[in-house]
Write a protein that binds this ligand. Structure first.
Ligand code: PXP
Length: 250
């Protein structure tokens, strides 16, 4: 069964819009766990635009499933990760002007920084992962650098509208996952996944976990976070979408 990771960054985005106390991403994480999340993910960005250090520390104390911290390899964020010690840490590229993480890490261009970050995380007892595009060369580099897992960027897949394009992107995800498994890397996937498009990704070979934020938190505004996570959990855990979410018509 593929695990469902719920990313609570967007709850913090709303709180930070007013620099207020509510809504609290930690409360959201607690409810998400009760509703079926197998993992809670938070991204401590360099500019602290949503998740704050206080959130990460509280999440570490309270999350009972598994805590995944997304981070760039900058000094203060790495220091926080090594101190807080989430179960896993996923290194991502970060640009201040981006709305969200726009692409996977380029492990060739950033080899030294990534290598150092992985070493520090490992020493702190944190399992290091790398967020990369579904590209076999990047997978090989991730294995060489000593990651324990990769998270495959599903953004290109999620943007596809034509069946041929969708199949091509699913093929890339699968090829990257097969390569990762051969090299001993666990396979996670995420970005842009929603209640409809996640279904096809679930059949990616060796996939262990999907991480989903925007679609769940957006739906939570209308149905509440518990219901939104329950619905996603039904799709991911049952690996068969309720008819409502299925794109196939008979
Ligand atoms: N995985 C990674 C590495 C991410 O950076 C993000 C976005 O924060 C996600 C998954 C979740 O993406 P989305 O919010 O589009 O579901």
């Amino acid at each position: 069964m593929v695990r469902l990771g719920v990313n609570v960054d967007h709850v913090a985005t709303l709180r930070q819009a007013r620099k207020a106390r509510d809504p609290d991403p930690v409360t959201a994480a607690m409810i998400a766990e009760l509703a079926g999340a197998d993992n809670i993910t938070a991204h401590l960005r360099e500019d602290r635009r949503h998740i704050q250090e206080r959130d990460v520390r509280l999440l570490r104390e309270l999350v009972k499933s598994s805590l995944n911290l997304e981070l760039a390899s900058s000094e203060d964020v790495l220091a926080c990760a090594c101190d807080v010690r989430p179960d896993t840490a996923c290194l991502v590229p970060e640009r201040r002007e981006e709305l969200t993480t726009e692409g996977g890490l380029d492990l060739k261009a950033n080899r030294r920084a990534v290598e150092r970050a992985i070493e520090r995380l490992r020493k702190a007892g944190v399992r290091p992962g790398l967020f990369i595009d579904p590209d076999v060369a990047q997978v090989r580099a991730a294995a060489e650098l000593g990651a324990t897992h990769i998270e495959l960027h599903t953004g290109a897949y999620a943007r596809c509208r034509q069946p041929d394009d969708i199949l091509r992107e699913l093929g890339k995800l699968n090829a990257a996952a097969v390569q990762a498994n051969r090299r001993g890397l666990a396979v996670h996937a995420g970005h842009g996944l929603d209640y409809r498009n996640v279904q096809a990704v679930l059949s990616t070979s060796f996939l262990e976990e999907v991480n989903i934020g925007h679609a769940i938190i957006a739906r939570a505004i209308f149905v509440g976070i518990e219901e939104a996570v329950r619905e996603m959990s039904a799709v991911v855990h049952d690996a068969g979408a309720p008819e409502e979410w299925s794109d196939t018509e008979d």
